[in-house]
Design a binder for this molecule. Structure first.
Ligand code: IMP
Length: 198
């Protein structure tokens, strides 16, 4: 089965390829497949956006399936923000550094015990002539007061994963892929695909 990953985020594509490689004959990013598409992410939930992205990409490709991840960070003290706006929290066209700066400013007076947050990933797999599968993965953490580490992307330097005492940006790629929200969503996807075969 030929799969296209409906994302232009090179970090996400690398993480997804590493986890799903054993399950597909070929996995291509949008760039590998020569597809230039900008899906408007106007859903109210991660799941709505993930399904929309995968459907629109499959419609313009000749692959057998399209997989998308819509993800972000939910901070309890901010009532779940940045949530589905994670990528553009500091405004359209701003980068990860600007998003992180804005988040730290919003959270500057929030004490450590109130800094609970979680990464959420909704993954959708859309195939031709099959029901789509959408699954969710989450990982709980605490928002740090300043960035730590140089790995990963996005909010990783601000996300403390308490069981290891490290930020996501201080974990190796392999360590992150074992416990991340995306890894958990992809594990749920694999289980759902295996259940279909029973
Ligand atoms: P999306 O591409 O619309 O799903 O936006 C995802 C945004 O959420 C990214 O730009 C990051 O800001 C954030 N995000 C999602 N997953 C991660 C992660 O694994 N680490 C850090 N930030 C993430």
């Amino acid at each position: 089965m030929r799969l296209i990953i409906a994302s232009n985020n090179a970090h996400k594509v690398t993480e997804i390829k590493a986890i799903l490689a054993p399950y597909f004959n070929s996995i291509q990013s949008l760039k590998d497949a020569g597809i230039d598409i900008d899906v408007v992410e106007d859903g109210k939930t991660f799941a709505e956006n993930a399904l929309k992205k995968a459907r629109e990409v499959l419609a313009v490709s000749d692959a057998d399936a399209a997989l998308s991840d819509d993800s972000g960070l939910e901070v309890d003290a901010l009532c779940g923000a940045p949530g589905v706006y994670s990528a553009r929290y500091a405004g359209e066209g701003h980068d990860d550094a600007a998003n992180n700066e804005k988040l730290l400013a919003e959270m500057k007076d929030v004490p450590v015990d109130k800094r609970t947050c979680r990464f959420v990933s909704a993954v959708s797999l859309v195939r031709r002539n099959c029901e789509p599968i959408t699954v969710i993965g989450t990982v709980e953490g605490k928002l740090l007061f300043s960035p730590r580490g140089t790995g990963g992307f996005g909010y990783d330097p601000l996300f403390l994963y308490e069981p290891s005492g490290k930020s996501f940006a201080e974990l190796s790629a392999q360590e992150k892929n074992e416990i991340s929200h995306r890894a958990r969503a992809l594990a749920a996807l694999r289980e759902a695909m295996e259940r279909e075969r029973e």
